[in-house]
Design a protein around this ligand. Structure first.
Ligand SMILES: Nc1nc2c(c(=O)[nH]1)N[C@H]1C(S)=C(S)[C@@H](COP(=O)(O)OP(=O)(O)OC[C@H]3O[C@@H](n4cnc5c(=O)[nH]c(N)nc54)[C@H](O)[C@@H]3O)O[C@H]1N2
Ligand SMILES: Nc1nc2c(c(=O)[nH]1)N[C@H]1C(S)=C(S)[C@@H](COP(=O)(O)OP(=O)(O)OC[C@H]3O[C@@H](n4cnc5c(=O)[nH]c(N)nc54)[C@H](O)[C@@H]3O)O[C@H]1N2
Ligand code: SF4
Ligand SMILES: [Mo]
Length: 662
């Protein structure tokens, strides 16, 4: 049990690092030492944690004659209940969708899942898990749990830190500055794999800039180098893994030269990285949203099971091959986004898993839940969030959205708005009105993270207590209370939803979720607790798989003939490979979003673009306008745009773009 951390602080509501903070001068937040910010640091975003929220909702609203009008709680609840009950009556419980809640607590996510499942549907999901969906899937399938395998503080023991498709220096700055930077200062080698340089690159010893979308191939080539150099950890492979022979033989078929060419890399640079990884005793990898992309959008709606993405699988192969799982300073860290993205998944706010990552298809797991709920959850997995939206107005007639803004956070806003508009009933539980509330039949005013109690789980599995360090506006209620109130009013929900508070729900969660077994809410008072069993390092002796071993999977980047998939050079196509960053949100860490096109000076000269020129960037049937800036850290042949600008191009399916000055 980690006892660090004060008791008058709460957890930052703005990202998954989970720094401790308290109200400071004016409306600024002040950092307090906590497990994720041991020096009490905050980032520039964190200090704004207490800034007022524009248009904060203070009373429920219901749609009357086309407009949202203020009303009392009982009338609002009645409308929600009518909406849900009508949908269930017409088409059964699967006609209702529940979307939440990476900004809500573990207990609130648990209650949302319990509400959906005791109503009779597994249609419960949270949007934010999609930013790391293929990594989470690979981890769960092959190691056991969709979570960071080690700890932030363990990074100090790494000899090599390999960051792939992420910019933690800007996106999770306190974790980066508290754990990665000191390690690097102490001699850890930082390798950054990203088609463009960013703030993280500034600290890196090596920047490997492959063509966008080729990460799986690059990582396969690294595995090949490690094998060729005789640097594989044979004892680990023998004792802890399955499928090595097939894996090695398929790697042997990889056409090295073609692969290096397709990835657009320098063979010597790749060889150097292969040696650094192979010779290091401990290698820790960090991934972000860039590894999900592989030239596609991470949010294109087609990647729910992530199976078409091989990069995370290739990275796990590399870690297994070099024996880099199960020891401090090794493993894979998933640098997640919103504050409780991990906890929402842990608590069962996903369509195919019950609390504690147990499959809904597992009869034992359902029985364990039924023993607590008195109602057995349905056995058939629900529909993932993006597909649920497709079903809005079709098989799904009503939806309850808790703390999400799908109208803008989904890839295609126009399409999403049409889908939201097609519902018979939409309830949105929110802090303020936004694009999604415009489609709501009922809007319920919620309390924010800094105003409530409960627990959240950060990006390295640390469960931490929230404390109400500011008062909610009069009229707002916690998601916790709202969900319990609704459950009590809904006919067809027979389970118990009467709780004295989050501590009781947390206790129930620990009885239902094996990952959380034995955690005492009271013990969380001063510090944090990593599930399972306060373990800083997962898989020390065995993987959480049926035989305790982790499988290699075959390199996904090869065509059946054994050659690397052909991919002509961007130059030959007369365009530039599009790289999209900032999918996580509008705001960059250190100021407003940079909306400029970033290109390499050599490309700029070829195209005839000067810094500051207005340019049209076109691809598919789409064109966006911005200004150009030259940046030697951008890979040649590549055009970098922030998601806020690139979204229309991504939607149009453009992976290569033309740049023209105008
Ligand atoms: N300040 C701030 N911090 C945030 C957020 C915010 O909105 N503002 N949002 C939070 C959220 S929700 C999330 S999910 C995280 C996201 O955190 P990150 O994933 O670290 O976010 P990005 O800055 O988009 O970094 C993605 C990187 O992937 C690279 N990339 C793009 N395509 C490829 C590719 O094919 N291969 C490789 N190797 N790299 C590629 C991009 O160039 C970019 O540098 O940030 C969180 N932190
Ligand atoms: N086009 C586009 N799509 C994207 C992204 C993008 O940048 N551009 N980013 C992607 C990424 S990485 C992510 S993580 C997702 C994020 O997608 P969403 O989860 O939809 O993220 P937000 O738009 O931040 O909406 C979160 C909402 O929760 C509310 N909220 C905060 N705290 C609470 C609370 O305690 N209770 C309740 N009830 N509400 C609360 C806030 O007011 C806010 O409206 O979007 C993804 N999709
Ligand atoms: S790094 Fe994340 S948790 Fe820490 S202060 Fe910044 S936004 Fe908050
Ligand atoms: Mo995210």
């Amino acid at each position: 049990m980690d006892e660090r951390g004060p008791t008058d602080a709460t957890v930052c509501p703005l990202c998954a690092v989970g720094c401790h903070l308290a109200p400071g001068d004016g409306d600024r937040a002040e950092g307090r030492a906590g497990p994720a910010n041991p020096e009490g640091r905050l980032c520039q975003k964190g200090v704004t944690a207490f800034e007022g929220i524009d248009g904060r909702l203070t009373e429920p609203r219901v749609r009357e004659g086309g407009a949202l009008v203020s009303t009392g709680w009982s009338r609002a609840y009645e409308r929600v209940v009518e909406g849900i009950e009508a949908a269930v009556a017409a088409a059964g419980p699967d006609a209702v969708a529940f979307l939440g809640a990476p900004n809500s607590t573990n207990e609130e996510n648990y209650l949302l899942g319990k509400l959906a499942r005791t109503l009779g549907t597994n249609n419960v999901d949270n949007r934010a898990r999609h930013c790391h969906v293929s990594t989470a899937r690979a981890l769960a399938e092959r190691f056991g749990w969709p979570a960071t395998t080690g700890s932030l503080e363990g990074l100090s023991d790494a000899d090599v830190i390999l960051v792939v498709g992420a910019n933690p220096a800007a996106r999770q700055p306190v974790a980066f500055n508290s754990f990665v930077r000191p390690a690097v200062t102490d001699g850890t080698t930082l390798i950054h794999v990203d088609p463009v340089g960013n703030r993280t690159t500034r600290l890196a010893d090596v920047h490997l800039a492959p063509r966008p979308g080729t990460d799986a191939l690059v990582l396969d080539l690294l595995c090949e180098r490690v094998l060729d150099d005789g640097a594989a950890d044979e004892a680990f492979v023998e004792a802890r893994t399955n499928g090595f022979e097939d894996f090695a033989s398929e790697l042997g078929d990889l056409d090295d030269a073609a692969g290096v060419d397709a990835a657009g890399l320098d063979a010597d640079a790749l060889g150097r990285v292969g040696r650094l990884v192979g010779e290091a005793d401990r290698v820790a990898a960090i991934v972000g949203t860039g590894i999900e992309a592989n030239g596609e959008s991470a949010d294109d709606g087609d990647d729910d099971d992530g199976r078409d993405h091989g990069a995370a699988d290739s990275l796990l192969n590399l870690l297994l091959l070099t024996g880099n799982v199960g020891r401090r300073g090794s493993g894979l860290s998933v640098f997640r986004g919103p504050p409780n993205e991990q906890g929402a998944i842990d608590a069962g706010c996903v369509p195919d898993r019950l609390p504690g990552h147990q499959p809904v298809t597992d009869p034992d797991a359902r029985a364990r839940v039924a023993a607590e709920w008195g109602v057995e959850p349905p056995a058939r997995p629900g529909t993932p969030a993006t597909d649920l939206l497709t079903e809005f107005g079709e098989s799904v007639r009503a939806a309850v959205v808790v703390g999400e803004n799908p109208a803008v956070s989904k890839r295609d806003p126009d399409w999403v708005r049409r889908r939201l508009g097609a519902l018979d009933h939409l309830t949105v539980v929110e802090l303020a009105e936004h694009e999604t509330t415009a489609y709501a039949d009922v809007v319920l005013p919620a309390a924010a993270g800094v105003e409530k109690v409960g627990t959240v789980t950060n990006l390295d599995r640390q469960i931490q207590r929230l404390r109400p360090v500011v008062d909610p506006p009069e009229g707002a209620r916690t998601d916790f209370r709202i969900l319990c109130d609704l459950a009590a009013r809904l006919s067809g929900v027979e389970a118990n939803f009467e709780y004295a508070g989050p501590a009781e729900v947390f206790a129930e969660l620990t009885r239902v979720a094996p990952t959380h077994a034995g955690v005492e809410y009271a013990d969380l008072a001063a510090g944090s607790y990593r599930w399972p069993a306060d373990e800083a390092v997962l898989y020390r002796d065995r993987f959480e798989t049926p035989d305790g071993r982790a499988p290699f999977v075959s390199p996904p980047t090869r065509s059946p003939g054994g050659a690397v998939e052909p991919d002509s050079d961007a130059d030959a196509r007369g365009g530039l490979d599009l790289v999209v960053g900032g999918r996580a949100g509008e705001a960059d860490g250190d100021g407003p979003t940079d909306r400029r096109l970033r290109v390499h000076p050599t490309d700029a000269e070829r195209i005839g673009v000067e810094p500051g020129d207005s340019v049209a960037v076109s691809g598919g049937d789409c064109s966006v306008e911005t200004t150009a800036t030259l940046d030697g850290s951008v890979r040649q042949g590549t055009a970098f745009l922030h998601a806020a600008v690139a979204d229309p191009l991504v939607r149009a399916g453009a992976s290569t773009v033309r740049v023209e000055p105008f």
